[in-house]
Design a protein. Structure first.
Length: 65
């Protein structure tokens, strides 16, 4: 988590116009409707093809990185 003092310093350094943009963005994010997982992926339901068992471990694949 960010240090609160650093956040406050960053806010203090903003111009009035920049601060207004940040505040507008915060309002948009705050008022954005929360989508459920069902709603978020509704258009993908029935359209995804699984090429292997989803419970297959993938640790071997990650070790190659």
């Amino acid at each position: 988590m960010l240090n609160k003092a650093l956040i406050l310093e960053e806010i203090d350094s903003l111009s009035e116009q920049e601060l207004e943009k940040v505040i507008s963005l915060i309002h948009l994010l705050k008022n954005k409707p929360k989508l459920t997982t069902q709603e978020l992926f509704a258009d993908l339901r029935g359209n995804v093809t699984y090429l292997e068992d989803l419970t297959t471990p993938t640790t071997d694949e990650w070790e190659q990185l």
